[in-house]
Design a protein around this ligand. Structure first.
Ligand code: ZN
Length: 242
């Protein structure tokens, strides 16, 4: 089966549309979304509607929960809290009800899915080999998928150590007999130095994970953020992928 794995859309509709159009060229059977559909960005309702329509499974992330008032924004940085409050004010009833129906973890066809990590599906960042090792030890399926950090990663459990690391756009990782932890990176707010929207094509038939990056009209999203009076720092960072 060919699966598109996406995460951390963050209400960036232009990035999401560009990624979906790339996905549509790849004969993908399912789209799996690892959460944070909203937060930071200017088009939360449209992003909820598109993910609801296109994704076979979607998780909720910490920003989704904060926008629903189900997580205290005091735990967020200033700009993230400001954006969460703005999102909460503009989210429609349908979109709110859909987000509320989602869980931060799921399981499907040989994969365990988490917004953040197996040990803490809402908050823990998998950015070190230690946490990656604990994440793989806490799960059993061949493939573990996480989002949340906005950094694309491909890590394999090699005996009792972790092999692999950052996964730049264009690389294809062979999913051999080892167990893998994969983060597709972020659609709407990449933080690995590449400003292009990120997604991963997992092909369980030939055993590969292809890391993709897609250019999108960053300036259009930035203009929408400025028009909505969202924090300037959040708009500026999109151009740098940081
Ligand atoms: Zn996120």
């Amino acid at each position: 089966m060919r699966i598109a794995v996406i995460s951390d859309i963050h209400a960036n509709l232009h990035a999401l549309e560009s990624v979906l159009s790339d996905i549509d060229h790849e004969s993908v059977e399912e789209i799996w979304c690892l959460g944070d559909v909203v937060g930071y960005g200017p088009r939360p309702n449209e992003c909820c509607d598109l993910i609801r329509e296109r994704a076979t499974i979607s998780l909720c992330g910490n920003h989704d929960l904060a926008s629903l008032g189900l997580l205290d924004v005091a735990e967020f940085s200033g700009d993230a809290a400001t954006a969460a409050r703005w999102t909460s004010g503009v989210l429609g009833e349908d979109q709110r009800a859909w987000l509320r129906s989602l869980a931060p973890l799921g399981r499907r066809d040989g994969a365990e899915l988490f917004h953040a990590s197996p040990r803490d599906p809402v908050w823990e960042y998998v950015l070190s080999e230690d946490v990656a090792l604990l994440s793989l030890e806490a799960t059993t399926e061949p493939l573990v998928l996480v989002g949340h950090t906005h950094v694309a990663l491909a890590l394999a459990l090699d005996g009792d150590r972790i092999d692999g690391g950052l996964a730049p756009g264009g690389i294809t990782v062979e999913l051999d007999e080892r167990r893998f932890l994969i983060n597709p990176g972020s659609v709407g707010q990449p933080r690995d130095g590449d400003a292009r929207a990120a997604w991963v094509l997992v092909d369980t038939g030939d055993g590969t994970a292809g890391f993709r990056r897609v250019a999108y009209p960053i300036d259009a999203t930035q203009k929408e953020m400025r028009d909505a009076a969202l924090p300037e720092t959040l708009a500026g960072r999109l151009a740098h992928g940081l």
